[in-house]
Design a protein around this ligand. Structure first.
Ligand code: FE2
Ligand code: FE2
Length: 201
C-alpha cells in the first residue's frame, strides 16, 4: 500500500472519515458490539483516572482520543485473512498497528490521535508481567491507555463467555501483578458498579 494525498488542506477531514470507516469496518466484523462496550468501559475508567493523582500522566483532553482508540482496538481482526485462533491472536495486533501506521504516515498530518490508536491496537494484549503479546512488553513499557483498554477488553470478553460480574472481578483480582498492573486493577475496582451497569444495559 503506497499512496499520498495531494491536498494537505483536506487531510484532517480525510483522517476523520478514515476513523469513521474504521469503526464501520470493526462493527461489520464485531456483531456482538464488543468494541462499543470496550470503548464505554474505557471511558468510565479514564474519567475516574483523570481525577486521581496516581495517574498524573493522563490529562482530560486525552480521554476522547483514547476512547476512539478503544473503539478501534480490534480493527486488525478485519485485516487478517485467516481464522486460526492462535495466528489471529498475534496478527490482529501487529498487522492492525502496522497497517494503520502506514495509512496515517501517508496522510502527513498529526491530529494527535494516531499514536493512541496505533499503540492501543498493538499493545492491548500485553501483560504487566511480560507474558503478553506481540512484543512481551512489561510494566511501564506498556502505554497506560493500552493497559486500560486491555483490562476493559478482558472484562467484556469474560462476560461474553457468560461469566457473572463477580466471577470476572475475581479473575481480575487474581491477575493483579500478572496480566494487569495493580494500579489498573485498583482503578477497575473503584469503577466496577458503573462498568457492570453499562455492560448489562
Ligand atoms: Fe484484541
Ligand atoms: Fe477485543
Amino acid at each position: 500500500m503506497c499512496f499520498r494525498f495531494r491536498n494537505p488542506f483536506q487531510t484532517d477531514d480525510l483522517l476523520i472519515e478514515l476513523i469513521k470507516a474504521g469503526f464501520d469496518l470493526t462493527k461489520y466484523y464485531d456483531d456482538r458490539d464488543h468494541t462499543t462496550r470496550v470503548a464505554k468501559i474505557t471511558k468510565i475508567l479514564l474519567k475516574k483516572a483523570a481525577k486521581k493523582k496516581t495517574f498524573e500522566e493522563l490529562s482530560s483532553s486525552e480521554i476522547p482520543k483514547i476512547v476512539m482508540a478503544a473503539g478501534l482496538h480490534d480493527i486488525g481482526k478485519c485485516l487478517v485473512g485467516y481464522s486460526d485462533e492462535e495466528e489471529m491472536k498475534e496478527a490482529h495486533t501487529r498487522l492492525g498497528a502496522n497497517t494503520l501506521a502506514e495509512v496515517f504516515w501517508n496522510l502527513e498530518v498529526d491530529l494527535g490521535v494516531q499514536r493512541y490508536i496505533c499503540m492501543a491496537v498493538e499493545a492491548h494484549h500485553e501483560h504487566f508481567d511480560g507474558n503478553g503479546y506481540p512484543a512481551g512488553l512489561s510494566g511501564k513499557e506498556i502505554p497506560f491507555h493500552a493497559a486500560v483498554i486491555g483490562i476493559a477488553n478482558f472484562y467484556d470478553c469474560q462476560k461474553d463467555k457468560l461469566k457473572s460480574h463477580s466471577e470476572v472481578m475475581d479473575l481480575i483480582k487474581e491477575e493483579s501483578g500478572k496480566r494487569f498492573a495493580p494500579v489498573v486493577v485498583e482503578l477497575f475496582n473503584t469503577c466496577e458498579k458503573d462498568i457492570s451497569r453499562v455492560v448489562s444495559s
